[in-house]
Write a protein that binds this ligand. Structure first.
Ligand SMILES: Nc1nc2c(ncn2[C@@H]2O[C@H](COP(=O)(O)OP(=O)(O)OP(=O)(O)O)[C@@H](O)[C@H]2O)c(=O)[nH]1
Ligand SMILES: [Mg+2]
Ligand SMILES: [Zn+2]
Length: 299
């Protein structure tokens, strides 16, 4: 039997769509998959997985999965359990709207921490700047000062799209962020050939309508791949010890060596350099609150 290699570009329940060379095939997978890198905690195929399939005539069945270089999880909407978004991505674009829906800094901080622990480069993208930038400019510079790359764009007017396109060439980029932020709109502006479905913003809640329902990996005409994903409400940071989580906040990590106790929790101990830095305004109080919230929720 002939074996071929491919990449999972979409998951439809028990079936996956696999890109093999320049064609795609929907196939099932063998019940006992061979996980080359060892069985991962989330042993279900996701977009970005590199697979080997056995072909018979026109049908294929996935038999093995390559070791994942990285993967990014979100917290599942109801259970809160880790749910993989995608595997083997080079970078992640977190798309927020400047307004409608209102950006949530807690979600941004979680996303940045999750990318850090997954060792995936994060790029903050603020879309809809045609609706105004005054509010976001009150806090966005905090992130620029921390060294994060920030792109300000408008899918509607095309402002800033050139920079986005240049950042995508030759890479596999995950687009994620809340519903209605304009991930699919941005992808359509980057390459109109995608023709992705775009939703509206509810007048009642100011939120998106969860228009994109599954992650999909798509090739860019000028090289590289993008993954559009459904809007997420919660972003989990899993498998990070308290010390690792502090490392995911670079400004906190920088102060930790100054704490009197090496296992300082930065909550109640005397001579805590982290809390002192928060009080002095060296660490932004919202960022510190995000850190504490993640630490207390994601045990
Ligand atoms: N004013 C303005 N509206 C935009 C912009 N980009 C997208 N929108 C609007 O925002 C709404 C949501 O856009 P989508 O692209 O569907 O958002 P999404 O992030 O893909 O949402 P989900 O698929 O639900 O996760 C649509 O009504 C778009 O027309 C922009 O740059 N400016
Ligand atoms: Mg969408
Ligand atoms: Zn401390």
């Amino acid at each position: 039997m002939k074996q071929v290699e491919g990449t999972v570009i979409a998951v439809h329940g028990p079936l996956v769509r696999v890109q093999i060379g320049d064609r795609t095939l929907v196939m099932a997978s063998r019940r006992r998959l061979n996980w080359v890198g060892g069985i991962p905690r989330s042993a279900r195929l996701v977009v970005g997985d590199r697979v080997t399939a056995e072909m018979s005539a026109e049908d294929g069945v996935v038999v093995s999965v390559g070791a994942r270089e990285n993967s990014l999880c979100r917290a599942a909407p109801h259970s809160g359990r880790p749910q993989l978004l995608a595997a083997n991505v080079d970078q992640a674009l977190l798309v927020f709207a400047s307004s409608r829906p209102e950006p949530k800094r807690g979600l941004l901080d979680r996303f940045l921490a999750a990318c850090h622990t997954a060792e995936i480069e994060a790029i903050i993208t603020v879309n809809k700047i045609d609706l105004g930038m005054d509010e976001i400019d009150q806090w966005l510079p905090i992130y620029e000062d921390l060294g994060y790359e920030v792109l300000r764009v408008s899918a509607r007017t095309g402002w800033g799209l050139g920079r986005v396109k240049r950042r995508l060439v030759g890479k596999t980029t995950l687009f994620c962020g809340p519903s209605g932020a304009g991930k699919s709109s941005l992808l359509n502006s980057v390459y109109p050939g995608f023709r992705l479905k775009v939703g509206s913003i509810s007048d009642a809640t100011g939120k998106g309508r969860h228009t994109t329902t599954r992650a999909e990996l798509m090739p860019l005409p000028y090289g590289g791949f993008v993954v559009d994903t459904p809007g997420l409400k919660e972003f989990g940071v899993f498998d990070a010890s308290d010390a690792d989580l502090a490392l995911a906040f670079p400004e906190i990590a920088a102060e930790v060596p100054g704490c009197r106790f090496s296992d300082c929790s930065h909550v109640h101990e005397p001579d805590c350099a982290v809390r002192a830095a928060v009080e002095d305004g060296i660490i932004d109080a919202v960022r510190f609150a995000s850190y504490l919230k993640i630490r207390d929720q994601d045990d």
